[in-house]
Design a protein. Structure first.
Length: 306
């Protein structure tokens, strides 16, 4: 009489983690020169943990890269540098300021100026300069409508542009990484995760996050219903007086277009509770550049945005 092996009950986080690790290993096996985008934000922090589980105790089979606008939250930059040092991995910093200095892009001026859209040229130039054929990032399908059209392996043409009609089918977790000379791939291992999944994974793995993800008192000003951090990088209108408010940030992009939310959630458990209760996506609530039009993100992606 043979005994049956005990059943293993996987949680939904276990399933998402296994899928993401499989995707990362596929990238390493199929592409010649991939790179992992790391900004010090929560999604890229989760990607680092997944990469550790996929490849440790060896080194990552790809470097890390940050497309730095120069107008980032200092807490995120401090975390980025410290974490990279702890991991002992190589970090490539692609600088928007250098793109401006070289005349590759023109900086906007005025209170609504932002460097966020300038990242596209900087990213494409860095991909070409270093010969990267795949960029692994933390985009998720729940964060913006156009992301829902995107495959996990999102192919870009010779100009780095995205055509939703030219994407390949992905059946049974099979990914076709074959590319022609000049083409690139954007890969999203946590595409099937939600913001709540990310926070629950952060809690489970006991991951450290930059302090701005938790409620803290900060000088802010209000514009178009959003709370922006008062900063030397953001020019205010004369009527936009800064004031002190308790806020946390759901995403940590360029300070010129990233808003905070009023909050008293100072722990991971409290943030999870807030995220579970909200019905507004993080980009819909806190990213001004995505409110320009209903197709703002898709238009940028067609031009080469990540």
């Amino acid at each position: 009489m043979t005994s049956k092996a005990p059943l293993v009950h996987l949680s939904h986080l276990d399933v998402l983690e296994a899928e993401a690790i499989h995707i990362m290993r596929e990238v390493a096996a199929e592409l010649e020169r991939p790179v992992l985008l790391f900004s010090g934000g929560k999604d890229s922090i989760v990607l680092l943990r997944l990469a550790e589980k996929a490849f440790r105790p060896g080194r990552f089979p790809f470097p890390l890269m940050h497309v730095d606008t120069g107008h980032n939250f200092p807490e995120a930059i401090e975390y980025r540098d410290r974490r990279v040092g702890e991991l002992g991995e190589r970090l490539v910093v692609a600088s928007v300021q250098e793109s401006i200095d070289r005349g590759r892009v023109v900086e906007q001026t005025g209170p609504r100026a932002s460097r966020n859209q300038l990242q596209t040229t900087t990213l494409l130039d860095a991909m070409t300069e270093h010969g990267f054929d795949a960029a692994i990032g933390g985009a998720r399908r729940d964060e913006e409508r156009s992301r829902a059209k995107e495959r996990i392996f999102s192919f870009r043409d010779d100009f780095g542009q995205w055509d939703p009609r030219a994407q390949r089918p992905e059946l049974w977790n099979l990914y076709n990484g074959r590319i022609r000379k000049g083409e690139q791939v954007r890969v999203f291992p946590i595409s099937n995760w939600t913001e709540l999944d990310v926070w629950q994974y952060v809690a489970r793995e006991e991951l450290e996050l930059p302090a701005i993800y938790f409620a803290h008192e900060r000088e802010v000003f209000e514009r178009d219903g959003m709370l922006y951090a008062a900063s030397e990088f953001v020019e205010r209108y004369p009527t936009e007086e800064p004031f002190s408010e308790w806020v946390r940030f759901r995403t940590v992009g360029d300070m010129s277009c990233t808003g905070g939310v009023r909050s008293r959630a100072e722990t991971i458990a409290e943030v999870v509770g807030e995220i579970a209760a909200t019905r507004i996506t993080e980009r819909g609530e806190t990213r001004a550049d995505d409110k320009v039009s209903e197709a703002a993100m898709e238009d940028r992606k067609r031009l080469g945005y990540f």
